[in-house]
Design a binder for this molecule. Structure first.
Ligand code: ZN
Ligand code: ZN
Length: 389
């Protein structure tokens, strides 16, 4: 086994400058969700030249799927590459580094694939921050035959996993009747219905389960003070530890809107205005493997799975289709904010380069273990089947 790890290390070291150059290119030319055309071109071209059978625009316009089928049968391991940036702060979430890590791990595994067997899939999953590239790719079945999907996200600490909240983004639209501001009795205020709904949802907060997050805005509250608004709208994010409970909370909020409309004589409609995200199903067998690899690489202060359900990720969608691992690797100090220019700068720093190296090695080692040790893979799959229930 040591010899296999050595080949992985050599492959990553050999191409490390090329990976860091790609990370730097993305840093200098950040592209936001579903606009990642240049990034897609650069990454997919690299993978084509590295000998992967590569397709672009498979489900989303800016995705890619690069596959290498080895000469021997074996499991299919996916490395997920995110590469969308944020407005204002560019790669402030460090997704450029995720892409570098995924490609490095994929290329390293390809070096030993003909010897150990299996299929390697490097998946370009766009628009994690807002439009859920992975949700669409998972829905289209691209992860159905994957035995394990792996990725490493840069962070201000090193940990072997993070639970995330299920997210349901719901828009409420209220319909009333216009009237002159001095003849309000002839109108029905959609704004009043929206405000009452907003207040009623606030009152509901006390009665929801812990780790439920409800955040909303008044998107449209009318156009002029002297016109009774016939239209108003609210946009909400409902988040909770499971999608089931998130939908239950959504239904309670819909009941608030019903009551408000009854009082105001208005009507309303709801719609899901952005992509809903599942919570992330943790695979603790994979998390334990990552702990072992991080320790073997000499990483310090490695935290176990963070169960606090902060934020949401489209990784959740994948985690319900196949065993999934999202580890975090420290590239910046704890006072650096998650979405910031400082975090973006860390991706091209010396610690960023070290994060790429250790991140890529750790998931390539795990992939190698899963292919070479069918019992381990079975443990991962058994846990997945059990936790999905
Ligand atoms: Zn991120
Ligand atoms: Zn982010």
């Amino acid at each position: 086994m040591n010899q296999l790890y050595e080949t992985i290390d050599q492959s990553i070291m050999k191409h490390l400058d090329a990976y860091t150059e790609m990370v730097k290119q993305m840093y200098e030319h950040p592209e936001i969700g579903f606009q990642e055309f240049e990034t897609q071109k650069m990454l997919s071209t690299y993978l084509i030249n590295a000998g992967f059978d590569t397709k672009t625009g498979v489900v989303c316009e800016t995705d890619f799927v690069a596959e290498y089928k080895s000469k021997k049968a074996g499991p299919t391991i996916a490395f997920m590459c995110e590469y969308d940036a944020l407005p204002e702060v560019g790669h402030g979430c460090g997704h450029n580094l995720i892409a570098g890590i995924g490609i490095a791990a994929g290329e390293a595994l390809k070096e030993i694939a003909d010897e150990i067997g299996g299929v390697i899939r490097v998946m370009g999953t766009p628009a994690e921050e807002n439009f859920g590239g992975k949700v669409h790719m998972a829905k289209a079945g691209l992860f159905d035959d994957v035995d394990a999907a792996l990725m490493i996200h840069p962070d201000t600490r090193t940990s072997v996993g993070i639970t995330t909240s299920a997210l349901n983004p719901v828009k409420f639209e209220f319909y009333g009747k216009n009237a002159h501001g001095c003849m309000p009795q002839e109108g029905k205020s959609a704004l009043d219905a929206a405000v009452m709904t907003y207040l009623q949802i606030n009152l509901m907060r006390q009665f929801v389960e812990p780790n439920t997050f409800i955040h909303g805005i008044i998107k449209d509250g009318g156009k002029a003070a002297n016109v009774i608004p016939a239209y108003a709208s609210l946009e909400y994010y409902f988040r909770a530890p499971t999608m089931e409970y998130t939908l239950e909370v959504t239904n309670k909020a819909i009941a608030c809107a019903k009551g408000a409309c009854e009082a105001c004589g208005t009507t309303f409609e709801t719609s899901v205005y952005e992509c809903p995200y599942e919570d992330t199903l943790i695979n603790y067998t994979l998390a334990d493997m990552l702990m072992e690899k991080f320790h073997a690489l000499g990483l310090e202060d490695v935290e176990s799975v963070d169960e606090s359900c902060i934020g949401s990720s489209d990784v959740g969608a994948v985690s319900y289709v196949c065993p999934t691992l999202q580890g975090m690797i420290k590239i910046a100090e704890t006072d650096v904010a998650g979405h910031s220019k400082e975090m973006a700068a860390a991706t091209i720093s010396e610690t960023g380069r070290k994060g790429l190296l250790d991140g890529a090695k750790s998931i390539a080692y795990i992939a190698c273990d899963l292919i070479c040790d069918p019992n381990k893979l079975q443990m991962v799959k058994d846990e997945f089947a059990k936790s999905k229930k």
